[in-house]
Design a protein around this ligand. Sequence first.
Ligand SMILES: NC(=O)c1ccc[n+]([C@@H]2O[C@H](COP(=O)([O-])OP(=O)(O)OC[C@H]3O[C@@H](n4cnc5c(N)ncnc54)[C@H](OP(=O)(O)O)[C@@H]3O)[C@@H](O)[C@H]2O)c1
Length: 316
Amino acid sequence: MLDLRIDRRSLIRSSMSAMLASLLPLSGNAGGHQPLPLIRKPVPSTGELLPVIGLGTNAFGVSAPEELARVREVLREMPELGGTVIDTAQAYGLSEQVIGRKLEALGTRDRWFIATKTPIRGDIPDPRAALDRSFTDLRVERIDLMQVHNLHETALQMPVFIEAREAGRLRYIGISTSLDAQYQELAAAMRRYPLDFIQVNYSIDDRSAADEILELAAERRMAVLVNMPFGGRRNAASIFARVANRELPDWAAEFDATSWAQVFLKYVVSHPAVTVAIPGTTRLANLLDNQAGGRGRLPDADMRRRIERYWDALPG
Ligand SMILES: NC(=O)c1ccc[n+]([C@@H]2O[C@H](COP(=O)([O-])OP(=O)(O)OC[C@H]3O[C@@H](n4cnc5c(N)ncnc54)[C@H](OP(=O)(O)O)[C@@H]3O)[C@@H](O)[C@H]2O)c1
């Protein structure tokens, strides 16, 4: 969980602008270089600022020692790099338990903004018990963001979510999906429930959320977590393959991107309605790459169109 005192200070220091580059110094400043400013955006319902690049953990449900060591390394480094938002779910196997154990052992739990989700399928005979499972597995007394996963049993769970937010056990509540086929249902839920957040898929290769969902989130003043910013774990390899042999265009330097991953992430988080992207990785090298994508400048509207035109003109 985040230290709100820091956020309030930052909020006061920052302007009213929706896109905020806070000039907080970064610890672990390797090589003595001054790191580029961390980009943070506000959660509309409170003004709390969040670093725009988080971490997705649908591959964190591991148990082999070498895999656990890799995950531990990612969890150890992320706060040092400035990132705070981590997204997990009960549906990701052991992911919540692994995160709970590792953050406790690292002693860094208070430096994170932890988002998780209720069951993705099956009966939920007792929604309070379903919620409690995440508290137990994550080893926390408060969860920053609880989301209904893929709109599974939204009507059943929403009253319990709202009650837990009022009681201070949940700081924020939301709903997630990564399926275009659920957008209509998601839009209806966004109009019906007092959500702080939604989570939706959006990437340079699949911009359909922008048409209705992102517009609606801005209108309803809901924060947006973006899942699958590289097209999702199953498709990411083919997205990166499309640019594998291509040099970064000169224009990437105009928004401080030094890799294709950073171009893709900066495209996503420069949408005015997007708050945080949560790229999934279990590799330190990719974490470093992605976190660097949360610093410096972002593409403006003209540059966003340029990135789209470039992508759309690529073969295959
Ligand atoms: N319905 C939902 O609520 C829903 C659905 C899907 C996902 N999610 C959430 O969103 C998160 C992100 O989605 P995702 O993980 O499926 O897809 P993603 O973030 O679009 O892509 C992840 C893939 O990209 C690779 N990758 C990460 N950083 C890279 C880099 N800098 N350069 C090259 N490759 C890189 C990862 O490989 P390595 O692991 O080898 O780095 C992994 O294969 C999930 O982890 C989960 O938390 C939610």
